[in-house]
Design a protein around this ligand. Structure first.
Ligand SMILES: Cc1cc2nc3c(=O)[nH]c(=O)nc-3n(C[C@H](O)[C@H](O)[C@H](O)COP(=O)(O)O)c2cc1C
Length: 147
């Protein structure tokens, strides 16, 4: 069991949002919190595509999230919303997976145009899963040094 579970919703191999999530994870570890990183890339593509509720990987992810004291969910903005693959993962997790859990929503985007995707897309998704949304973070690509 970890204090904090960090979920990355980017399918990209060299992901900017995941770079920030890694940074946040190391920051929290310096504060003596235990951290587990989960990525949509850890889940077999077939389980996501065919909505496999019995996937062992998805069950393990569900257990890790349920046991966490806090969760960070990060995703790139794709077409003015969260990534489709992040939604595909949450679709096969239990409906109250974030019950009583503080959740920090985080998005990265190519422009400021979709800053409000945090408010109208990601936060409602996390609230539906019964998470307690914190204020949230939005980063522009131009602010991110991948190295
Ligand atoms: C398929 C796709 C759709 C995107 N749509 C948007 C968009 O609607 N608004 C925006 O500001 N950026 C958009 N972007 C840019 C990404 O949000 C941005 O580069 C992000 O930091 C990528 O994160 P990642 O490297 O973690 O995947 C899009 C990028 C891709 C690949």
């Amino acid at each position: 069991m970890s204090d904090i579970v960090i979920v990355s919703g980017s399918p990209s191999e060299s992901s900017r949002s995941e770079r920030i999530l890694q940074y946040l994870g190391s920051f929290l570890e310096k504060e003596h919190l235990t951290v587990t990183h989960i990525s949509v890339k850890d889940v077999p593509a077939e389980d996501l595509l065919f909505g496999n509720f019995d996937s062992p990987e998805v069950k393990q992810i569900a257990n890790q999230i349920e046991d966490a004291k806090g969760v960070i969910v990060g995703t790139p903005v794709y077409k003015a919303s969260y990534s489709g693959v992040l939604k595909a993962l949450f679709d096969i997790l239990p409906p109250d997976i974030l019950k009583d859990t503080p959740v920090l929503p985080l998005m990265t985007g190519g422009s400021l145009s979709h800053l409000l995707a945090l408010e109208y897309a990601l936060k409602p998704l996390l609230a539906t899963l019964k998470g307690q949304n914190l204020k949230g973070l939005y980063f522009l690509d131009s602010q991110i040094d991948k190295t």
